[in-house]
Unconditional design. Structure first.
Length: 251
């Protein structure tokens, strides 16, 4: 009789675990939206917490449009939230793998995006510039609002400032050698991909959420006169016709 009782309790416990597993696996997203972090909103939630969808997802003022994700279970054992995310709004599209670590770091791996400067997802953070941005990110690490690691290529086509055409540019951030810590900031190379100006230089992302852009700019045969006059304010050119430029700010 005692053995039968133990069997009954074990059987009941197994059934309870199965029921709990089913409930967790099918936990509707609509039940969990009120637990979202402050500043994050999800309109018309659908699916489950594990594989969900928001028709309009916003985070800290950033409008991400229609977003879907697939959570991975095993990283939860390390207290890490990991998911594959896809967000779309209009003609813009971002997708990649993200991890939120217990120490507060947000890690992005193998991500790509096609965005419009000054519109959609970037309408509040384009610094007065326009153009089409394509991002290919191998790895990015964000901690306390500042980028502490970044590897990838960012290309802006048909870059404009107001009505002034600046051509197309590329910024490339290479991986740190041997996975070394970037204690002095993240440095990338800047170059033009054709247009009215020849541009070569560097972009430095500092540890206090700042950036510094410096380099050399060269007039070309097809540089519009109005743009050429603006460039002359940078000073006298060197023997190769190059003028230095530099500007900085925060993000």
């Amino acid at each position: 009789m005692a053995a039968s009782g133990r069997f009954s309790w074990r059987f009941a416990a197994a059934i309870l675990l199965v029921v709990l597993a089913i409930l967790v696996a099918r936990w509707p997203l609509s039940w969990a939206t009120h637990w979202l972090p402050r500043g994050v909103t999800c309109e018309r939630p659908a699916g489950t917490v594990w594989h969900g969808r928001c028709e309009q997802l916003a985070a800290s003022g950033l409008q991400l449009g229609t977003a879907t994700w697939q959570l991975r279970a095993l990283p939860l054992l390390r207290a890490t939230l990991a998911a594959t995310v896809d967000a779309r709004t209009g003609t813009e599209h971002v997708q990649g793998e993200i991890e939120l670590r217990p120490d507060g770091r947000l890690i992005v791996n193998r991500a790509q995006g096609d965005l419009v400067l000054g519109q959609g997802m970037l309408r509040n953070s384009a610094m007065g510039l326009g153009g089409r941005l394509h991002a290919q990110v191998e790895r990015a690490v964000l901690h306390e609002r500042a980028l502490v690691d970044l590897a990838g290529v960012f290309t802006v086509r048909d870059l404009v400032q107001g009505v002034t055409r600046l051509g197309s540019v590329e910024v490339r951030f290479d991986e740190a050698p041997g996975g070394a810590q970037r204690s002095q900031g993240i440095e990338g190379t800047l170059r033009d991909l054709g247009g009215p100006l020849g541009i070569e230089g560097h972009v430095t992302l500092t540890r206090d959420a700042g950036y510094v852009v410096d380099g050399l700019v060269t007039l070309r045969a097809d540089t519009p006169p109005a743009l050429a006059r603006q460039i002359t304010f940078l000073g006298r050119p060197d023997a190769a016709g190059r003028r230095p430029f530099s500007f900085a700010g925060t993000y």
